[in-house]
Design a protein around this ligand. Structure first.
Ligand code: KE4
Length: 426
């Protein structure tokens, strides 16, 4: 496949945009080579600037769960845009999306819209600190909650790719209030709670992790986490930016049967436009300005254009919940096919999967946390990524990411993906 125009566009982009991209993980640093520039997309397919057609497994990192340029979403956005895009004033559609989200997600009475998952998680932590009057939080190595200072401590996703888990610019003062635990290590969490008695406002976690590849919590760990939070008056924050409205109407809370105190959303809730959100029971949410003392704001928060995309997407998912099972079935089919092919190649590999989230790791030990994920053979991952790309399969350009299947993918696309892997020498 020819990528000349992408490379030329990348060279120009680098003159005006740091690293040529507006988000680091897109730059292919983890896999080498120049990033692919997309011209347009429809359904499960990307069409790049060199005329290549690619089967898409990232769906803009999760949002496009119904496929690219999905008719009802596009129609809603076009119609709304004709009436103005944003007013900085309340509009009915914000309440309509809020009401729908609250009806779909367990344990929330109210929701506040923001413009990204980062804003959602950052605001959720500030709210937890304001509500509890305590400063410290626990996060997990390999989990990524956006690029707010408090989270860039052994973060996952692009932050790991750059091998600079503690980003310059994050002060010691900030880092001091973020404690680090290992995913699936409940004893480690208990030790941190004991050593910081009475100081912990919240524990924030990706309930199904996607930013160290897909990593699934053990039942004992996630149930134990809920228990220790309750026992120690610590708020449990589920970062459902990836899992929310992807694993099912009620996201990871419903799938795992765990009640969180504050929920963070992004990606799917915006239908492909910039929307994040955080939500909780009234007692907590009413601490937020202008109702309560915890300040949080945003010029474009809840803008009707983005709301129209989110409302169209969540309405369809709410009306057609069978989509979630269909996505999980397709992901299981892909898992079995990749497993069948890789098992014949006599190489060490693991495939982690939950719902429509899946990832391949080239390591012989189970991937249950960041340490085990980081043991993956990245040279082999690079060969895998570029080999699949050469066959027209677009996977996440980093081993520290999850794939996101979309509803437009057909079984024929999955077969083509499995066949492409069969042709690779890894
Ligand atoms: P954004 O600020 O990128 O909208 O969301 C931050 C975020 C928060 N929480 C979770 C669980 C997330 O996965 C993310 C963002 N995900 C990455 C992909 N792993 C976004 C891709 C990128 O950084 O360009």
């Amino acid at each position: 496949m020819n990528y000349q125009r992408s490379s030329s566009l990348f060279a120009t982009a680098k003159k005006y945009i740091p690293g040529g991209v507006n988000s680091p993980v897109r730059a292919f640093k983890a896999v080498g080579g120049d990033p692919i520039f997309v011209k347009e997309a429809k359904g499960a397919y990307l069409y790049d600037e060199d005329g290549n057609k690619l089967i898409d497994y990232i769906a803009s990192w999760g949002p496009l769960i119904l496929g690219h340029a999905h008719g009802p979403v596009i129609d809603a956005v076009v119609e709304k845009a004709k009436k103005g895009t944003s007013f900085g004033m309340p509009t009915e559609i914000e309440t309509q999306l809020a009401q729908l989200a609250v009806s779909m997600v367990p344990n929330i009475d109210k929701i506040r819209f923001v413009n990204s998952g980062t804003e959602a998680c950052m605001s959720a932590v500030r709210l937890a600190r304001g509500f509890t009057g305590k400063d410290k939080i626990i996060k997990f190595a390999g989990c990524y909650h956006g690029h707010s200072d408090s989270f860039l401590i052994q973060a996952g996703s692009g932050a790991v790719t750059f091998g600079s888990p503690n980003s310059p610019g994050v002060t010691q003062g900030t880092a001091r209030d973020t404690l680090l635990a290992a995913y699936n290590d409940l004893e480690g969490v208990k030790a941190l709670i004991k050593a910081n008695k009475g100081e912990l406002a919240a524990i924030i976690i990706e309930p199904i992790a996607g930013n160290m590849g897909c990593v699934v919590p053990t039942t004992a760990f996630i149930e134990g986490l809920r228990e220790v939070c309750t026992q120690n008056d610590i708020l449990l924050i589920f970062d459902e930016v990836m899992t929310g409205f992807r694993l099912g109407r009620g996201g990871a809370q419903e799938a795992l049967g765990i009640d969180a105190d504050i929920l963070c959303f992004g990606k799917v809730i915006g239908g492909g436009l910039p929307v994040g959100a955080f939500a909780a029971r009234t007692e907590i949410m009413d601490y937020l300005a202008p109702q309560g003392p915890v300040y949080q704001a945003g010029t474009l928060s809840g803008n009707p254009l983005a709301m129209s995309a989110g409302l169209a997407m969540l309405t369809e998912l709410n009306d057609r919940p069978e989509i979630f099972q269909s996505l999980a079935d397709k992901t299981e089919y892909l898992h079995k096919g990749l497993d069948r092919v890789l098992s014949k190649k006599e190489i060490a590999y693991q495939i982690n999967r939950y719902g429509s989230m899946i990832s391949v790791h080239f390591t012989d030990s189970p991937v249950t946390d960041f340490t085990s994920s980081a043991k993956g053979n990245n040279e082999r991952f690079k060969a895998y990524f570029h080999g699949m790309l050469a066959k027209g399969i677009y996977l996440p350009p980093s081993a520290f990411e999850s794939y996101f299947l979309n509803d437009a993918l057909r079984y024929a696309d999955l077969d083509e993906t499995i066949k492409a892997l069969e042709s690779l020498n890894l």
